[in-house]
Design a protein around this ligand. Structure first.
Ligand code: LLP
Length: 402
């Protein structure tokens, strides 16, 4: 049990707390599900990119799925070997592509014909052959929130099957491109297995036809991330069934499975601690105003996402309240219609499932410094990012004041 009260006293609030032991457990459960098959879990750094978190996964043997050169640099700094780093994303700049090639990472996930052309030109300039994989958009509805659905033709991601075939043939004929993998990612917070299986089948068939028709033998079958977690009462996919659904599409093929989990590894290992400032009522509506806000944890505002809220050590009669922050937006809330006892100044609220897409989506809106982050591991706690100060926030502006 984590002593949230102690941590809030020691590090102040708002505060992110990550249970590293829980992250290890999630990693092992998923890795174990793919046993008996060559596989790699490439942690989706975007989910929680704190260097100590990435280093924790590095020590467990994870690779890294990165969506900017900044994330690639984080992965290197955290000790992920270059042969386990993947660079994805729909809009890579030339300098990012160049650096990824120079750093000799496992492969670049290419998301369009125009991008493939850029990678080829840059690889030629560098006099090397760049390892690539093509992100296929299998046009499958993942049945998740539209903002985090990515595998439909309506979404900006990847290329359709026919284009992908053409791009593989083009890459295979190029001196500067080495097609080593295939990639798809149909969405995030997936709670149904059928869309994943269907997408894997489509992409596995494509791998077979590339081999049979054009002699391209791909080494990596990258299924993206997306495994959902329980925030409220969602039924989630069992990791073993998830692995089986994917592996069943690959019978008879000698290919390494790569999976890019983010949320599954870190969401439920994270907590956001915030203190009550005031209670107030506007007519019949009850608000609990806290010191954390949408700039710390954006998911409730952006996706109407539910995060469980516990009033630590409080009892008594419950009534509904919105938990809101100090930011000047009506959309600044951490929970709506939450059953809470009467709260007092400095009472502590623990917001659950905040380990993925929490801190990383934070901002300095309203000139609010971002929270500190703390790791809890084997019973001890340590700071892994200090709280941002006013000086940190203005550091890049003040010299231009004149
Ligand atoms: N691989 C690719 C190519 C991705 O685009 C993503 C997530 C992942 C892996 C990791 O997905 P995960 O296993 O975490 O579901 N901010 C949103 C989630 C955005 C996900 C974007 N891509 C949220 O808070 O729900």
């Amino acid at each position: 049990m984590i002593d949230f009260k102690k941590l809030a006293d020691k590090y102040q609030t708002p505060l992110y707390v990550y249970d590293f032991d829980s992250m290890s457990k999630q990693y092992s459960a998923l890795k174990e599900a793919f046993r008996g098959r060559k596989s790699m879990l490439a942690y989706a750094v975007k989910a929680n990119s704190n260097l100590s978190v990435v280093k924790h996964f590095a020590k467990l043997g994870a690779g890294a799925d990165c969506v900017s050169i900044g994330e690639v640099r984080r992965a290197f700094m955290a000790g992920i070997p270059k042969y386990r780093i993947i660079f994805s994303g729909v809009g890579k700049r030339d300098d990012e592509i160049r650096e990824a090639i120079e750093r000799d990472i496992l492969y670049i996930n290419v998301e369009s014909e125009a991008e493939l052309a850029r990678v080829e030109i840059i690889a030629k300039e560098l006099g090397v052959c760049a390892r690539i994989s093509i992100r296929v958009n299998p046009n499958i509805d993942p049945k998740t929130h539209p903002y985090i659905s990515t595998g439909l033709h309506d979404n900006k991601f990847g290329v359709d099957i026919d284009t992908a075939k053409r791009l593989y043939i083009r890459s295979n004929n190029s001196e500067n491109l080495d097609p080593v993998g295939i990639h798809f990612h149909i969405g995030s917070q997936l709670t149904e297995l059928d869309p994943i299986r269907e997408a894997a089948e489509i992409v596995a068939d494509m791998v077979r036809s590339l081999s049979a028709a054009v002699g391209i033998e791909l080494k990596f079958f990258d299924v993206g991330g997306g495994l959902g977690v329980c925030y409220e009462n969602e039924e989630t996919i069992d990791p073993y069934e998830y692995a089986q659904a994917i592996l069943s599409t690959l019978t008879g093929m000698d290919i390494t499975v790569i999976c890019e989990p983010g949320r599954y590894l870190s969401a439920n290992a994270g907590y956001f601690l915030t203190k009550v400032l005031y209670e107030k009522r506007n007519g019949d509506k009850r608000f609990v105003v806290v010191d954390g806000a949408m700039n710390d944890l954006l998911r409730p505002s952006l996706y109407s996402a539910y995060h469980r809220v516990d009033a630590l050590g409080k009892g008594g009669e419950l009534s509904r309240a919105d938990v809101v922050g100090p930011v000047c937006e009506s959309g600044d809330f951490l929970a709506k219609d939450c059953e809470l006892p009467k709260m007092e100044h400095n009472d502590l609220l623990v917001i659950h499932s905040a380990g993925a897409y929490g801190f990383g989506m934070g901002s300095n809106y309203n000139t609010r410094g971002r929270s500190a982050e703390v790791a809890v591991e084997e019973g001890s706690d340590r700071l892994i990012r200090r709280r941002e100060t006013f000086d940190d926030i203005i550091a890049l502006e003040k010299e231009y004041l004149g």
